[in-house]
Write a protein that binds this ligand. Structure first.
Ligand code: NDP
Length: 294
């Protein structure tokens, strides 16, 4: 039986399967998150840079669920790195979400060429953790050398590293580094959405013959097979959709079990080619943009 929750390295429990809202327009976010909460998702992943934290907060309040029953994850954008700046970024995100505490607050990217700013931002997360404003802290898009440099200079080991992981880019080296340090790998673009919306469109995880073939054995869709693969390999995954039928489909993954051969067949699809930006070259000049106060 695959667990529906995972325990972070500080003892906090996180739902294994969550719901993402990258590229969900602000005006559509509330409805998408309401549909997700109705379906049963209890982890919502947003980011200051997505511009839709307000819709996430509205949906949670509208759901009637107790605040403690929903796990809220959001990310600080690089333009807000620095100690005081990141403390202020927390206040901006909390205000937009309409909450006092955020369950998981993470750095969206490393700034490899300005790593001191990245460290200062992470120290602000440590302070927020110490003050009880956040329940867990972490990072995103950190490669093993970024993690090593961060760990050398900070106290709290990140609880989570959210990175691109799907069958065509499964980052075994990053996952091994995360595991070595007790960091949970959380998969973004878990069903390979980025291979469709940013890929060369000649090859999509949704039509991959191996994944489709496995799904046929169980009467499950390619998305469901990919999510099962993450869960059985111990990762958190946060698929995104704005369509209620897909939101429900992506959560209906707890009634079948892939074999170890099927997991290995999906592992073997890794191409080593990432869909997202190369983390090493992310700079304020190329990716910086102001995050509004409200
Ligand atoms: P996903 O792998 O979740 O795929 C989403 C895409 O697939 C959308 O185009 C969606 O379209 C479509 N889709 C969703 N469900 C299905 C389905 N069952 N069958 C077929 N197509 C489907 O990719 P994302 O890149 O959106 O990643 C998920 C989340 O990860 C984001 O929302 C965000 O929270 C996080 N993320 C984090 C990043 C980071 O740098 N930390 C970077 C990118 C993402 P539609 O909406 O029309 O259904």
């Amino acid at each position: 039986m695959t667990s529906t929750t995972l325990t972070l390295n500080n003892g906090v429990t996180i739902p294994a399967l969550g719901f993402g809202v990258f590229q969900t327009p602000p005006e559509a976010t509330m409805l998408a998150v309401e549909a997700a909460l109705e379906t049963g998702y209890r982890l919502i992943d947003t980011a200051a840079a997505y511009g839709n934290e307000r819709g996430v907060g509205d949906a949670i309040r509208n759901s009637g669920l107790a605040r403690d029953d929903v796990f809220i994850e959001t990310k600080v954008w690089i333009s807000d790195y620095g100690y005081d700046e990141t403390l202020h970024a927390f206040e901006k995100s909390a205000r937009k979400l309409g909450v006092d505490t955020i369950d998981l607050f993470i750095l969206h990217q490393a700034l490899p060429s300005e790593f001191d700013m990245t460290v200062d931002a992470y120290r602000a997360l440590e302070r927020l953790l110490g003050d009880g404003r956040v329940r867990a802290i972490g990072v995103s898009n950190f490669m093993p050398d970024h993690l090593a440099k961060l760990l050398e200079r900070t106290e709290v080991v990140p609880a989570v590293n959210q990175v691109e992981v799907h069958p065509y880019f499964s980052q075994p080296a990053v996952r091994a580094a995360d595991a070595e340090h007790g960091i949970l790998t959380q998969a973004w673009s878990p069903i390979g959405g980025i291979t469709s919306y940013r890929g060369d469109s000649t090859r999509s995880t949704f039509t991959d013959p191996v994944i489709v073939g496995i799904g046929e054995q169980y009467g499950k869709s390619p998305a469901q097979v990919m999510l099962r693969w993450h869960l059985q390999e111990g990762r958190s995954a946060i698929p995104k959709s704005v369509r209620p039928e897909r939101i429900a489909e992506n959560f209906d993954v707890f009634d079948f079990e892939l074999t170890s051969e099927e997991l290995a067949a999906i592992d073997a699809l890794d191409t080593g080619v990432r869909g997202g930006p190369e983390p090493e070259v992310v700079t304020l000049e190329t990716f910086g943009r102001a995050i509004p106060e409200d």
